[in-house]
Design a protein around this ligand. Structure first.
Ligand code: SF4
Length: 346
């Protein structure tokens, strides 16, 4: 058997959809160094360990969301002083996408604070997807729940990824959101998958959940019929005015453990550091990359919470010898922008 074939056979054994709670608990309980070694060893079999994928996220419609997600400053139920903005015009969105591309982003994510898109919104979001795709960037959207028909419309427009997080475990879920069910979320993921789009789904840690809930969330994600291609692990950003504003800090070591366990359970997926990076120092970023995180959002804003400036990320990449991953769209040339290292304007 050739080495390449041996690696393929070996790899397939790692892609599992039958994780038990006991197995995941055992991973969380491993000595830290053992856990990180296992995660990093697996990571290297699927990815270049010195590459991190970089996406930019733009809020295309901000605030006034009718849902009650306890962590979210965009819910209309909480007084967070957030400035509400209606759906952006298509041209404005494309302008931002162009700037993101010039700053080295390979994927442009557009997020709207909706329970679900209304029929009147669909032509606008479809035009945004088509425009960004024409620039040769990968596209991602997060618009709330999707019907089967809406998922198909977006897939037909060329949307590559749809983000819809499970947020937490089924057991803890009711403490965080009451306006949509866990099953609603699973249904949206199912519609996205059936439409042919790639799935981006993860959750938030540090909301007061137990380790068993972090494990339960990862179990739900890994035991889907197909792993999400992208798994964002967010650290709660405590926003004044939301019910979780006074939540206690999650131990940073526990956060890194969660990244490592996600990497082991879904070895071929991009594990993304998303919200909460502002609170993480360089050492924690470096440890997260070692544990298997290989995707970040950068730019000035991650929806409505602060995000480290792009140039800080690039400076750390340089110190760690990390290269931004180039996307592999077929119809556009690979174009490492000459402006890449002058990305402060994103
Ligand atoms: S997380 Fe999304 S659905 Fe929940 S309140 Fe915020 S914008 Fe609305």
């Amino acid at each position: 058997m050739s080495t390449a074939t041996a690696r393929t056979v070996h790899n397939e054994q790692h892609i599992r959809h039958d994780w038990t709670s006991a197995e995941i608990a055992a991973l969380f309980k491993l000595p830290f160094n053992d856990l990180l070694f296992e995660a990093q060893s697996l990571h290297r079999q699927y990815f270049d360990p010195n590459q991190v994928q970089v996406s930019t996220l733009l809020s295309i419609k901000t605030g006034a969301c009718p849902e009650d997600c306890a962590y979210c400053p965009q819910s209309t139920r909480y007084d967070t002083g957030l400035e509400v903005e209606k759906l952006m015009e298509v041209d404005k969105v494309l302008e931002q996408a162009r700037a993101a591309k010039n700053a080295g982003s390979t994927r442009f994510c557009m997020g709207a604070a909706w329970r679900c898109p209304k029929p009147r919104d669909m032509p606008h979001v479809v035009a945004m997807v088509e425009g960004v795709r024409k620039m040769g960037m990968e596209t991602c959207m997060t618009l709330g729940m999707l019907s089967e028909e809406q998922a198909k419309q977006l897939a037909d427009a060329g949307l590559d990824y749809y983000n819809h997080n499970l947020d937490t475990s089924p057991e803890f879920y009711g403490d965080i959101i009451t306006t949509r069910t866990y099953q609603d979320r699973l249904d949206t993921l199912d519609h996205v998958r059936s439409s042919g789009m790639k799935v981006c789904s993860g959750g938030i840690v540090g909301m007061g959940e137990q380790q068993t809930d972090r494990a339960g969330m990862l179990q739900q994600l890994a035991n889907l019929p197909q792993h999400p291609e992208s798994v964002p692990i967010n650290m709660l950003v405590r926003v004044e005015g939301t019910p979780l504003a006074g939540q206690e800090d999650l131990d940073p070591i526990e956060f890194i453990r969660t990244i490592a366990v996600a990497r082991i359970m879904m070895p071929a997926s991009h594990v993304r550091l998303s919200a909460g990076r502002e609170e993480m120092n360089e050492q924690m970023h470096a440890l997260a990359y070692f544990a298997g995180a290989n995707s970040i959002f950068y730019g000035e804003k991650l929806l409505t919470t602060p995000n480290p400036r792009a140039n800080e990320d690039l400076a750390l990449f340089a110190r760690l010898g990390i290269n931004p991953e180039q996307r592999e769209l077929t119809e556009a040339p690979k174009d490492p922008s000459p402006h890449f290292y002058d990305a402060a304007s994103v």
